[in-house]
Ligand binder design. Sequence first.
Ligand code: 3PG
Length: 223
Amino acid sequence: MPQLSNEHKLEIERVLTQSSIIPVITIHRLADAVPLCKALYEGGLGVLEITLRTECGVAAIREVRNALPDALVGAGSVTSIAQYREVELAGAQFVITPGVTEAVLEFGVTSEAPLLPGISTASELMMGHIHGYRHFKFFPAEVSGGVAALKALAGPFPGVKFCPTGGIRRETAADYLKLENVAAVGGSWLTPADKVAAKDWAAISDIARASLVDAGKQSRASD
Ligand code: 3PG
């Protein structure tokens, strides 16, 4: 069975350690993509997950990659190999899936952009583990047992690190980040719909900064 390369493992580790909070971004108007991502980046979030939940997701990845060359821009909500290929062509630097299929796990081993596979059970984790994956998205985190479930998974899988997402908010991010096996958390609380609709980019930067402070990852003095 083809195994995940060390290079891919290190790349995904870099994604998860570069920023402990990863915004899960859904773009409804392509024109919002660059200013919204810029606001998040300026607020201290250097890793951006742009989902394929809307038609302009792929175009948004392409535009943000060009506009923010120093950010790490990845694709989220990828559910097929066809989408995986499409986002790689658009320049995605990493790919996140909500769940796993054998085909996606195999593709991720040889793909250009490294994969962060989504799991919510020990069995799904084991499917990825046998391919060499050691980093997983834990999704949907809150309804799958949250902090308690991640503590339980630490026992049988000591070398595995997670990025929980799904139902995490600014107030609860720190509870997850305290866990040894959590490298980063993701969520959509960083891009509230009303602020995006009002193009209030300064407020988005403020939410990013405040979230990092609340998560204990940055002091206000260093802003
Ligand atoms: C994801 O795909 O990671 C989640 O849908 C984000 O979950 P949230 O909207 O509850 O933060």
